[in-house]
Design a protein around this ligand. Sequence first.
Ligand code: DC
Length: 216
Amino acid sequence: MIVTIDGPAGAGKSSIARKVAERLGFEFLDTGAMYRAVTLGAIRAQIEFDDVDALVDFASGVQLKWKNSRILLNGDDVTEEIRSPIVTSAIRHVADLPAVRKQLSKEQRRIAKGRDIVTEGRDQGSEVFPDAECKIFLTASSEERARRRQEQLIEVGRHLPLEDVLRSQDARDEEDRQRPIGSLRPADDAVVIESDGMTLDEVLEKALAIVAQKQV
Ligand code: DC
């Protein structure tokens, strides 16, 4: 069974998708990490982001592997480094390219084939797995998402004004929505969870209930 969980940045997709997978005994695939790893690779290889041919060429030769929930880029563990702000701000140059999306989507389908898996991203239910048995679109208002993000940043010692968090989040939302292919949108048959005011556990239980309904 394939369960897709899509939604905007900061909606808590990763934590929820991971926990749903854990509770069901399913595998988990973080597709954002794949886009992040290719972006980091391109930065390391000093590829100019306006050189589309070089980017596509690089992406097609890159080797991504998962090992115990860690992501390896050409054999190098980049699990932490892909979360750096430099990668986050450059990601659109990679994620906007149809040829790169095609390649990563193919890889995602290969990984999921024949498995019970929860895949998390932006386009999983709408484009990569249109036939997935269960599709969830997890969202929350921009203010709520920015507040949660601000709290996470404080936990790692970064104190940013809410307006700054909100501004960069809005910019990312816009990029994710405007992408010509693989844009952020719920699939027609996705169940939407609007998580404002809900605790992580409440969202988890709701997501599990949605999956259980599709399992019968
Ligand atoms: O979920 P995340 O923040 O790690 O994703 C990073 C970026 O990767 C996100 O801004 C858009 C892109 N992405 C994508 O285009 N398609 C996906 N399936 C997942 C992520």
